[in-house]
Design a binder for this molecule. Sequence first.
Ligand SMILES: NC(=O)c1ccc[n+]([C@@H]2O[C@H](COP(=O)([O-])OP(=O)(O)OC[C@H]3O[C@@H](n4cnc5c(N)ncnc54)[C@H](O)[C@@H]3O)[C@@H](O)[C@H]2O)c1
Length: 359
Amino acid sequence: MIGVAMIGTGKIALDNHLPGFALCPDTKVVALCDSNPQVLEAASRASGIAATYQDYQDVLRRNDVTAVVIATPNFLHAPIALAAIAAGKHVMCEKPIAMNLDEALRMYRAAEAANVRHMTAFTYRFGPGMRYMERLVHGGAIGRPYHFRAQRFQDWDARNLGWRQVKKLAGTGELGDMLSHRIDYGHLLIGPVRRLVADWRRFLDSRQGAPSDLEDWVAILAEFESDVTGVLESTKLAIGRGEGHYGQDVCEVNGSEGTIVYTTQRPLEVRMGKAGAKDLETVTVPAEFLAWPGSPRDRRQGDPLATFRYDQDFEFIDAIRNHRSCRPSFLDGARAQAVMDAAVLSAQERRWVDVPRVQ
Ligand SMILES: NC(=O)c1ccc[n+]([C@@H]2O[C@H](COP(=O)([O-])OP(=O)(O)OC[C@H]3O[C@@H](n4cnc5c(N)ncnc54)[C@H](O)[C@@H]3O)[C@@H](O)[C@H]2O)c1
């Protein structure tokens, strides 16, 4: 039996991770931890898990906790991960895994040195369409890639975003919150980014009376090491476009022999065009990509917009059980962080910035 503790029992813990672990064989979430007693109580009631803690150090002392998931505001990811690693626990950490590359590398190196499994919750990698797109791009289906493009446009308007709008708690705004997943798409589909130029903007200094010191919009123009061009843009102020399962959430690669487009909102299909075609055509994702290899999840059950997210918890547990690296690992989280740090520097200094090679 693998015992898991959830550290941070807010939205993502309840939406993604508790249902994910419920599907994992011989796995049990044995403890919940949240510094907010009301949130903790609600999570305990919703899950039926009675062991609750407000201090994560108390959870780490439990011998029946083999692994932890860190789903707190970003500034706590590194200290909690380092404490968990020191206690010999396997760690899955929400994205962005750290406040900067230095922290991310410390997490990665500590986990490697302690020989514990480490995973970054880049959830959208698990979408069936993205997995199929990865196979198609790497299999040469669209020839030599020329352009990578990712867009996340949502309408969060002037809503108070809580810790997400406070620099000392979140690090960055839209960059870490939304674009980090799309940076990971770029790494997955194309490879490392060599250099970039970025810009960002905060249009709202206050959200429902609470100050915001982070960007609402960010864009990156990137050059990959393979000479592929990248254009990534993300905003919370695409008013009228909706949010979550709505809005624009597109990833596209154009190659010498065709184009593939994927949207997270239609996880079971991609759109493809071959050279000379008049338009893109919808292609259904083949059965072998509908769930992560080995996942016990019934491919026909549940809402496909939600269910692929549970596979990341299976991947974490399967890696622990089989003593192998997780995909994606802290190394992938650190690689995304290197791009994010370069984007911050570029936006601040208004210039192109080289991205350090993280390995
Ligand atoms: N992978 C994804 O698709 C995805 C989606 C949403 C959020 N996230 C990430 O998950 C993390 C949490 O986001 P959320 O939307 O669930 O936020 P949330 O605010 O709903 O939950 C965070 C919880 O952490 C708790 N917390 C704060 N300090 C704590 C401490 N010292 N010890 C224990 N708990 C503490 C808060 O009380 C809160 O309940 C963030 O890093 C976010 O970027 C990832």
